[in-house]
Design a protein around this ligand. Sequence first.
Ligand SMILES: [Zn+2]
Length: 174
Amino acid sequence: MFVLVPDYVKRHTVSAKSSCIANLKQIEGAKATWGLENHKSSTDEASATDLFGPTLYMHDVPVCEQGGTYTIGKVLEPARCSIPHHSLELGHVYVLDESRQPLVGATVFVQGAISNGGKAFTTEATTETNGLGYVSYYADGATGFAAFKMGYTTSSVPLTTTWPAKIVLRKLPP
Ligand SMILES: [Zn+2]
């Protein structure tokens, strides 16, 4: 199905999303500084009252323009917004093998992508040592992600709202 979205709606959504992601980055920074100054471990969880306030790490309580709520999380976890596409891991695709180990050098691509309103977009990436590839999931026409690697089956997943996306590749019999 092809859905026409008026340009101004798209622009608004994109700017609300990027302002939310800017908030998430600030929360990340505040949480990291809080962790260092208070000798917290990576599994300690910060709360709003630890981070937000005139004398704390962020002056104002951050607000998502689209009404999402924030989960600050543990020191080593990314902060999250309840709106799925408002994610610091947006466009991140992990490629794993059957034992859930990261696959290096796999090709990840966006299926069905045709354009991004004339702007640059990345529909193909090669996974790094952590199995991570970064693609522009939002390109018009995108329907899902696929990944392949020599010696493995090709596999695909539909467009996700839960980031990062994960694709598992099975080893082909020799
Ligand atoms: Zn948000």
